[in-house]
Design a protein around this ligand. Structure first.
Ligand code: NAG
Ligand code: NAG
Ligand code: NAG
Ligand code: NAG
Ligand code: NAG
Ligand code: NAG
Length: 762
């Protein structure tokens, strides 16, 4: 746009060289200082350098957000003597647009931390927030308050967002409301909404933004998560029996994802790396949705640098894992990053689509969905407006169906998401480039820093709540961080003659898997409590529990094994479903369809394939948990498999109560063996770790492969993360060996108590 040099979200914090070779100072620092804040220059004081102002949270730079050093040594815009640059307090849009109600306190302007309360006139009822606070990003907390009276209209009153005006006051089928923003605010979201037959308004509630209004990472992840979910999944509710609605993702059609990242002026390596990390995170997250899209990934400034070509996917020359490798090793050479050609990006995407269409034919192309994701500030200065190219893309995907009639059915085949990121954003140019139905497609962010975390949050989306094994990957120190990293962990207390404490794992919303030895003869469901903090009360009531029918601790006393732990598994059925969220979600277990999806096994898959993917090496790193206070810590261990197994289980003979000289009498093939110090120092299981999941992560999903059962030495009665000794070993039930039991209970489809898990046929 206006600027001859473009600033991107990666811009350098300090820059030593001038790209053009001229290293003299063109501009001066006179008059550009900012009261209450500071500024950074992209190329010091040379022509083309962009000055970016920064203010503390809750403030924004005023009157300018940025200034550009021009070749003749002046700043654009020039500093104004009578309007010195300063940090101004953030303002929120006017909330007194509320109809049929009062806003207090009434004020001319509302600033950050100002509180407002809302009340409806008598006869009107309130929806939305009755109390809102002006937040540092220039938005009100909560949701738009709406006062309405039941008027028998088809749709509910859609309200008026703060700072907006609305035309349209009748809310019958096909009635339309349109929004505009007052003063110097601009509109983000649906300008027009239509009342549909189903009682819902089309689109999403719009919002009025100032130039200083930004979306927080949390808002972006929620909105983008729910929007992209629609692109990534086709939800087919199978048997809508009860609230335990089972969701499956259909794999129909082909999904093409095109990602473009603006790197103009990106001089600093770190910012570029952040971008790569964020894109990598995004595509791995997408892969957790059980879809296998084709990718086009490119970086752009005045020219395009292609990291991944979508045609290679079509030719079967590349797979997802190599995309990640490509990105990791990807370097942008000494490309000219001075200009920005956004149109070229869309032209490239259009070309790729045209080739795909030629290859697969018109009919085949109908089954292709396209998702375009562009990160830019929109300050293009070359190539002209991308708007006409975007129209061509729409034509191609909508297949020239005239807008009014059939486009609707084709609109879901194209989504264009724009992440506007930078100090100064060109909203008017960027917003019209978005496309797609459903949720928000335009996001306004300040910087790239939180983008990785933003994409990580996407998995919290409601609709993917059925997916087993999804979890957070980082510990941000919050109290509930560990809950979200291991959302399946459960704490089990059995209080009868004595008290037994065990761990367990949530395997469906209603079942917890644990060890059979946590129970003693005579224990009843009312003696058992299960703790899972799902935000709905920590302690869960137990309806019943079932031990593996073959579990029999005394069955080998006369063979020299005092306590025999084979088949040491049990399932606890809860009275009510656990409320699934990012803090409480089932772990994947062997031989289910969901686990095949998590392991990205396409087509008809088998238990054997799952086992080969999870326990394939002679030494497989696994983890289990130990309880510390109200939280858990992770322990590392290595299963000794194949040729390594015999040496590992031999140590069973050192255990107390074992007098046989054949370790296989005590440790059947149903056990995994971990522990020892070679080749790795394993952690050892402590009293209280019993019943917990032995698990492995695969592409951001957690799969349980074992249940902690018994060990040769009691090294830690008090618990904690403790290292193994040379000869101490732990034995865990291998879940692949107890599938018939799991299937008989969890897969039981002749009952109405719970949604059965779908197990593989073989
Ligand atoms: C400097 O250049 C800009 C545009 O190139 C022009 O608008 C401005 O008037 C010039 N200023 C002076 C003092 O020459
Ligand atoms: C609103 O915020 C401004 C700026 O911080 C402050 O001066 C004013 O007292 C606040 N008004 C109310 C009613 O809290
Ligand atoms: C999915 O694919 C199958 C077979 O390829 C086809 O019969 C079915 O109509 C498709 N479903 C949708 C929703 O496109
Ligand atoms: C679609 O429309 C464009 C121009 O709007 C035209 O060039 C193209 O030939 C049309 N394609 C089909 C398949 O009708
Ligand atoms: C229990 O053990 C018997 C043989 O000992 C075996 O045939 C049966 O399949 C086992 N039951 C289960 C559920 O594994
Ligand atoms: C499945 O559920 C039905 C109904 O509760 C029950 O009768 C049957 O025994 C169950 N099957 C198994 C294998 O537990």
């Amino acid at each position: 746009m206006g600027f001859s040099v473009h600033w991107s979200w990666f811009a350098a914090l300090s820059c030593l060289l001038c790209m053009g070779g001229e290293v003299r100072c063109d501009c001066t620092e006179q008059g550009i200082q900012i009261q209450g804040g500071h500024y950074k220059l992209t190329k010091q004081l040379t022509a083309g350098s962009l000055l970016v102002y920064h203010c503390p949270e809750g403030y924004y730079p005023y009157p300018s957000l940025t200034r550009l050093c021009q070749p003749n040594g002046t700043w654009r815009p020039p500093p104004k003597r009578f309007l010195p640059q300063r940090c101004k307090i953030v303002e929120c849009p006017d909330p007194s647009v509320l109809e049929y109600g009062n806003v207090s306190p009434p004020q001319d302007k509302y600033f950050v931390n100002n509180e407002t309360t809302y009340e409806c006139y008598s006869g009107y009822t309130m929806r939305g927030s009755t109390r809102r606070v002006c937040l540092p990003n220039g938005k009100w907390s909560g949701s738009t308050p709406i006062c309405s009276r039941d008027s028998g209209n088809n749709c509910a009153d859609p309200g008026i967002p703060a700072g907006a005006s609305r035309t349209g006051n009748i809310f019958g089928i096909d009635d339309k409301v349109t929004y505009s923003c007052n003063g110097n605010l601009f509109l983000v979201g649906s300008k027009e909404r239509v009342c549909q037959e189903n009682g819902q308004w089309t689109g999403k509630e719009p919002a009025c933004y100032y130039k200083h209004t930004y979306d927080t990472p949390l808002e972006v992840s929620e909105a983008f998560g729910s929007a992209i979910k629609d692109s990534l999944t086709t939800l087919e509710p199978i048997e809508d029996t009860q609230e335990g609605r089972k969701i499956r993702i259909s794999k129909n059609g082909t999904l093409n994802i095109y990602i473009a990242v603006d790197i103009s002026e990106s001089i600093e390596e770190k910012h570029f790396n952040d971008a790569i990390d964020a894109v990598t995170k995004l595509i791995t997250k997408i892969s957790s949705f059980s879809v296998t899209p084709n990718y086009e990934i490119l970086f752009f400034a005045s020219e395009i640098t292609e990291a991944v070509n979508i045609l290679d996917f079509l030719d079967g020359k590349i797979v997802l894992s190599s995309v990640k490798n490509k990105l990791e090793t990807f370097k942008v050479g000494d490309k000219n990053t001075a200009g920005t050609d956004l149109n070229l990006v869309f032209k490239t995407f259009l070309e790729r689509m045209a080739i795909i269409k030629r290859r697969v034919g018109d009919e085949g192309f109908k089954e292709h969905r396209h998702v375009l994701i562009v990160f830019t500030d929109g300050a293009y200065n070359m190539g002209g407006s991308p708007a006409p190219t975007v129209e061509k893309i729409k034509n191609m995907v909508y297949m020239n169906h005239s807008r009014e009639q059939e486009t609707n059915s084709r609109e879901e085949f194209l989504d264009i998401y724009i992440f506007a990121i930078g100090a100064e954003l060109f909203d008017d140019d960027l917003q019209p480039l978005t496309a797609g139905t459903g949720g928000q497609h335009y996001f306004r962010m300040k910087d790239i820093e939180n983008l990785q975390e933003t994409f990580d949050e996407i998995i919290d989306e409601e609709e993917v709540k059925g997916l087993c094994g999804l979890h957070k990957e980082y510990d941000n120190g919050d109290t509930d961080s560990k809950r979200k990293m291991y959302p399946w962990w459960a704490y089990i207390v059995v209080q009868n003659q004595g008290t037994k404490k065990c761990l367990g794992s949530l395997v469906t919303p209603k079942f917890v898997l644990t060890a059979a030895h946590c129970f003693t003869f005579g224990d009843l469901p009312e003696h058992v409590t299960v703790e899972i903090n799902d935000g709905q009360g920590k302690v869960k009531k137990v309806k019943t529990f079932m031990l593996h029918p073959n579990y029999s601790i005394n069955s080998k006393t006369n063979q020299g094994v005092k306590e025999f732990y084979d088949y040491d598994v049990a399932l606890i059925q809860l009275e009510a479903d656990v409320q699934i969220s990012s803090a409480a979600r089932p772990i994947c277990i062997p031989c289910t369809q969901e686990t095949s999806d998590a392991l990205q096994l396409v087509g008809e898959s088998t238990c054997k394939q799952q086992e080969q993917r999870l326990l394939k090496n002679h030494l497989e790193k696994l983890n289990f948990l130990t309880k510390t206070g109200n939280s858990v810590e992770e322990k590392d261990a290595h299963a000794k498999l194949g040729d390594n197994r015999d040496a590992c289980i031999r140590h069973a003979l050192d255990a107390e109560g074992i007098t046989t000289d054949d370790p296989k009498v005590a440790v059947t093939d149903n056990f995994l063996c971990t522990g020892g110090r070679a080749p790795f120092r394993d952690h050892i299981a402590c009293t209280g770790d019993s019943g917990g999941a032995v698990f492995k992560n695969y592409e951001h999903r957690t799969v349980q492969v074992g249940v902690v059962s018994w060990g040769t030495k009691n090294l830690c009665k008090a618990g904690g993360v403790v290292e193994s000794q040379d000869n101490s070993r732990d034995f865990h039930i291998n879940l692949f060996r107890v599938v018939p039991f799991l299937k008989s209970v969890l897969g039981n489809d002749t009952q109405d108590d719970y949604a059965p898990l779908q197990f593989l046929d073989n």
